[in-house]
Design a protein around this ligand. Structure first.
Ligand SMILES: Nc1nc2c(ncn2[C@@H]2O[C@H](COP(=O)(O)OP(=O)(O)OP(=O)(O)O)[C@@H](O)[C@H]2O)c(=O)[nH]1
Ligand SMILES: [Mg+2]
Length: 327
């Protein structure tokens, strides 16, 4: 890393986008010496973090997530806020593809002085995509960004990962033909705080209303995530900037409700605990593997597990018990 920790911290504090980007590259790095510098950096900026509204945005490919972020971000900026855009993409650590920047450049938002757009990490540090993104978020918060908008890219576990690091989870839904609820996993419905039915115009307004009705019925069967919060199902168009003001208001209402019930703090505490547990495992493994014989044993048992010589959990247990005393 060309820049000293002090230079990076000063850069973050003064909102220098180039240095913010360098600091993010640092926390994304897999190298042990970079990790040490990253820890030092994060320690210093810690008091400046935690003051943003963290919003996760999910929806099937093409639902309009990036378009939403582009226009919602500009709305927030018009309201005097600073907006950072990140992506969480578990697939990128596997195939190094689907970078947010390649797909949708968010050209208008990118021109804004008060916006910062960061493509998804090309590979997560030791595989912990949510944890790396969280640290990127800390850097953005220290740089004074009020809104952190996180687009889920890729499929599968990205919703879980994003809900692990955000305060509000928004689901963008498009009106499909036929069975409206097909493809909506129950799991997602249990995680969302706000639903926005997108691409609604005159021709399909009635269909959109039917979709809303079906969604509301489905939601009746799902235990509420936050007491006293009835998940709003809004209609609009991210492309033509319709209905985004309502989303803006609802997000504030939701945060307000969570603050009043102390759930805001409680959820963030639980999230931090999860990250602690993650890092404990990462660091134990990293420290153990510093020894050559441990690294060898690790690879040996991993191979046994992958070839199903025995049950992967047994291989893990044998490996750990070889090096850590049982009492
Ligand atoms: N008609 C209409 N088209 C829209 C609307 N919002 C987005 N689109 C279009 O839908 C397409 C996909 O939008 P994106 O914002 O890239 O969708 P996405 O969810 O980010 O897609 P992925 O990143 O590929 O998952 C683009 O061609 C948009 O212009 C809308 O409200 N109405
Ligand atoms: Mg997109």
């Amino acid at each position: 890393m060309k820049f000293s920790t002090e230079e990076l911290i000063d850069g973050i504090r003064s909102g220098n986008k180039r240095l913010i980007a360098k600091a993010i590259t640092l926390v994304e790095s897999k190298k042990a010496e970079h990790r040490t510098q990253a820890e030092e950096l994060l320690k210093h900026i810690m008091p400046l973090t935690g003051n943003s509204i963290r919003v996760g945005i999910t929806g099937v490919p093409g639902a309009g997530k990036s378009t939403f972020i582009e226009n919602f971000g500009r709305l927030a900026i018009a309201n005097g806020k600073k907006v950072a855009v990140l992506a969480i993409d578990p697939s990128s650590s596997i195939n190094k593809g689907s970078i947010l920047g390649d797909k949708t450049r968010m050209e208008e938002l990118a021109k804004e002085e008060n916006a910062f757009i960061r493509p998804s990490p090309s590979s997560g540090f030791l595989g912990g995509v949510a944890n790396t993104t969280f640290e990127t978020m800390m850097i953005c918060e220290a740089a004074g960004y009020d809104y952190i908008l996180i687009e889920t890219v890729g499929v599968g576990q990205s919703e879980v990962l994003v809900s692990d690091i955000t305060d509000v989870f928004l689901f963008l839904k498009i009106i499909g033909g036929g069975d409206e609820l097909q493809g909506i996993k129950r799991g997602i419905m249990e995680m969302v705080d706000l639903i926005f039915i997108n691409k609604v115009d005159k021709d399909n307004l009635q269909k959109a209303k039917n979709t809303r009705l079906e969604l509301k019925r489905a939601l009746d069967f799902i235990p509420p995530k936050e007491k006293g919060w009835k998940i709003p199902v809004l209609l609009g168009s991210t492309l033509y900037n319709e209905g985004l003001g309502e989303v803006y208001t609802k997000i504030y209402e939701f945060i307000d409700l969570k603050n009043k019930s102390n759930r805001f703090h409680e959820v963030r505490t639980q999230q931090a605990e999860k990250r602690f547990e993650y890092w404990v495992q990462e660091y134990i493994l990293a420290m153990m593997k510093r020894s050559h014989s441990v690294e060898e044993a690790y690879l040996h048992h991993k191979k046994n597990a992958s070839e199903m010589v025995s049950n992967p959990s047994s291989e893990a247990k044998i490996f750990v018990e070889k090096f850590l005393s049982k009492d």
